[in-house]
Design a protein around this ligand. Structure first.
Ligand code: NAI
Length: 330
């Protein structure tokens, strides 16, 4: 039996992880879940929001399913999510955005894969208060990280039958940092003559995405643009409740939805578990459990087609009702 680390998270995390674990169990796949807590709730007992045991569990099991963890804004501890990605060198953040059955959106032909560099850029967290009225944040872009994320995007495109990879920067303004990211992309692209390449500035990309998203295929971006653009793309396919994600490194992979802990709907049995479920389906494919992944995906699509959905998609189902409906359709 495969052992997988499960981080239940906080906010809506425990509700949606419970739903997803029940669905996977009902599919017939036996998984030994190594449940690990992290975030604000463990600070009091263990003195840190990300104890060593969580990292060790993922290093041992190589795979984790993770629900969202709250990060305090302004003051407080450093993001568990950012720290986890950094500590495990999960350098690629993969966020496929594709229309789902019966989820009404402005465009019905969206099929974009966002590949976000996950370890540096302004997320390196190098900030200082210069004086009372000035704060400074440093943007780090390295050749090593830029080349490996470009390579990841091209390899993904080849493996998944994609035609184009588009690099997104603001290299006209940040000539050195974004310029280096672009240069690395161009170098790596030479090894993939079968893939069409495209270059776009991030502001233009945003405008194009809300007008004609179907023109884009695979996007590769530095960390911050990737974070913002992937939320925009989530909006194109029905919102954060349906946007899946994965953080992939050389040794380990952590599958998690794009959304956060949604404190505004915490504990109300209202959250949409679809984003975490789609992330889990990708996780099952990653560990070659294709039969179960397909079975769960078919049941999810059947449920959505039948009109059962949570409030964020205009439906009436609670988190647990929705999970029960998927289980019935397995
Ligand atoms: P959020 O994604 O938690 O919520 C934004 C809006 O989307 C809210 O109105 C929320 O109710 C709704 N929403 C999100 N997920 C939903 C779901 N599954 N079903 C239905 N509605 C859903 O973003 P916000 O409010 O900016 O962040 C809250 C906390 O989450 C912050 O502490 C943030 O740092 C953290 N966060 C954690 C992430 C992670 O663990 N990977 C990722 C993003 C944010």
């Amino acid at each position: 039996m495969k052992t997988i680390t499960l981080i239940n998270g906080d906010g809506i995390g425990p509700e949606i992880s419970d739903a997803v674990v029940r669905i996977i169990e009902a599919s017939g796949l036996k998984i030994n879940w190594d449940v690990q807590t992290a975030g604000a709730d463990v600070i009091e007992k263990e003195g840190t929001p990300l104890p060593e045991r969580v990292l060790n569990s993922i290093k041992t099991n190589k795979i984790a399913l993770k629900a969202p963890v709250t990060t305090p804004i302004g003051k407080g501890f450093r993001s568990v999510n950012v720290q986890l990605r950094k500590e495990l060198d999960l350098y690629a953040n993969l966020r496929p955005c594709k229309n789902l059955p019966n989820v009404k959106t402005r465009f019905d032909n969206v099929d974009i894969v966002v590949v976000r560099e996950n370890t540096e850029d302004l997320y390196a967290g190098i900030e200082r208060q210069v004086d009372e009225n000035t704060a400074e944040s440093i943007k780090i872009i390295t050749r090593k990280a830029s080349e490996r994320i470009a390579k990841f995007a091209f390899d993904y495109a080849v493996k998944n039958g994609r035609k184009e990879v588009c690099v997104v920067t603001k290299a006209n303004i940040m000539k050195l940092s974004d310029g280096l990211f672009l240069e690395c992309f161009r170098n790596i692209a030479k090894d993939y003559p079968q893939i069409v390449t495209r270059e776009i500035l991030v502001d233009n990309l945003c405008m194009q995405l809300v007008q004609n998203p179907s023109q884009f295929d695979v996007l590769v971006l530095p960390n911050l643009y990737g974070d913002i653009v992937s939320d925009l793309c989530a909006g194109l396919i029905g919102g954060l409740g349906v946007a899946q994600g994965a953080n992939i490194g050389v040794d380990c992979a952590v599958f998690e939805p794009v959304h956060g802990s949604a404190p505004d709907i915490k504990g109300q049995n209202k959250a949409n578990p679809t984003a975490l479920l789609l992330s889990a389906i990708e996780m099952l494919r990653y560990i070659d459990e294709h039969k179960y992944a397909d079975r769960i995906e078919t049941a999810l699509f059947k449920t959505l087609k039948s009109g059962i959905c949570t409030g964020d998609l205009g439906g009436m189902a609670s988190t647990s009702d929705f999970a029960n409906a998927v289980i019935k359709n397995l």
